[in-house]
Design a protein around this ligand. Structure first.
Ligand SMILES: Nc1ncnc2c1ncn2[C@@H]1O[C@H](COP(=O)(O)OP(=O)(O)OP(=O)(O)O)[C@@H](O)[C@H]1O
Ligand SMILES: N[C@@H](CCO)C(=O)O
Length: 325
């Protein structure tokens, strides 16, 4: 579960008095997610008719100095019709607060559920939403370096060191070999933009086949735009354990992205390498967390090998099949 910081209800109620949000009716810790502490708040609402909010306390990986970038990005995207949650300002215009010793924000609640086994129709909607987000991001002036880029992957791999082989024998050598491949083949010249960089099914809220919200922009950064589609691909077109490839979902994801944005020839040519990079990125962060999170911690560790399986799939795949026609 992801409630690292427990906040007493009285403290949340007092926190809410800074806002035009009503009084606290209930506060429930949200189990999903691994990065931050999230609460679902029900309040009497600004007008007494009841309202829901998300309260997020920022934990290990989110740097407080990056929060203005995320806030401005969501304002920009929201103003251009993307279904993203806005950060709510208090009566003095402040969006970033401190609560229980952590940076904290009150955030708009969006309806919808995250699917665990997407259908092709849902993958198509996710692809279309990603393309629409890329269109809406055009003209956004903010920039943020991707700390989880190729140099960042080298750094993470070095920090895992010999411990890789505690996860699976031979993993250290396989990661080293892949980094060497990516050092040679990673594309340098592709269009860059602001990307989400973590558009997994758990970060897309849906009702049926309709996207109702894109959330969790805390990895968003400036990087190769088509890499965002590769990240999304790696997360949507396999079974969760990475053992089964779903070609129908992949074709649908590609079709959805083409509906709203599309890839250039150069992006298409580089796509298999971008997918290998995406698979390695999640293999590495999961391996690092696996090694550094005690097995009895409250948070559920995610399986790094589910991304090793994806990596091996991409390394062997016929490039033409990755996105359908
Ligand atoms: N704005 C929102 N509206 C509705 N539900 C939300 C919102 N933000 C977060 N949630 C809920 O809280 C859960 C965790 O949020 P989020 O994915 O941002 O957490 P995280 O700890 O950053 O997780 P991750 O492991 O995906 O990085 C989501 O799966 C969703 O159920
Ligand atoms: N979405 C990521 C967690 C955030 O890096 C994963 O499933 O590994």
């Amino acid at each position: 579960m992801a409630v690292y910081t427990q906040v007493p209800a009285e403290e949340i109620d007092a926190f809410l008095t800074r806002y035009d949000a009503g009084r606290l009716v209930s506060a429930k810790g949200i189990a999903e997610g691994v990065e931050n502490s999230n609460y679902l708040l029900e309040t009497t609402g600004p007008d007494g008719n009841g309202h829901r909010y998300i309260l997020t306390l920022y934990e290990k990986r989110v740097n407080e100095a990056d929060l203005p970038f995320f806030m401005d990005l969501l304002d920009h995207l929201g103003a251009r019709g993307c279904l993203v949650p806005r950060f709510i300002a208090d009566r003095e215009g402040r969006r970033l607060q401190q609560l229980a010793g952590r940076p904290a924000c009150l955030i708009e609640f969006l309806t919808g559920i995250s699917v665990t086994e997407p259908t092709a129709g849902q993958a198509r909607a996710a692809g279309a939403a990603l393309g629409a987000m890329h269109r809406a991001a055009e003209g956004f002036a903010g920039t943020r370096r991707n700390a989880l880029d190729l140099p960042g992957w080298h750094d993470l791999a070095a920090r895992c060191g010999a411990d890789f082989d505690r996860i699976a024998p031979g993993l250290k050598a396989r990661v080293a070999e892949e980094l060497t491949f990516l050092d040679t083949h990673w594309p340098a010249e592709l269009p860059r933009s602001v990307i989400h960089a973590d558009l997994f099914p758990d970060n897309v809220l849906m009702l049926g086949d309709r996207v109702t919200g894109l959330i969790d922009f805390y990895f968003s950064c400036t990087d190769i735009r088509a890499y965002d589609l590769a990240v999304t691909h790696s997360a949507w077109v396999f079974s969760n354990d990475g053992a089964t490839w779903h070609g129908d979902r992949a074709a649908a994801l590609g079709a959805g992205y083409r509906e709203t944005h599309g890839l250039t020839e150069a992006e298409r040519a580089a796509f298999p390498v971008l997918c290998r990079g995406a698979a390695l990125r999640f293999l590495l962060t999961r391996a690092y967390d696996w090694i550094n999170t005690p097995a009895d911690a409250l948070v559920t560790r995610k399986d790094p090998l589910a991304y090793l399986r994806r990596l091996e799939f991409y390394a062997a795949a016929d490039p033409a099949m990755l996105l359908g026609a």
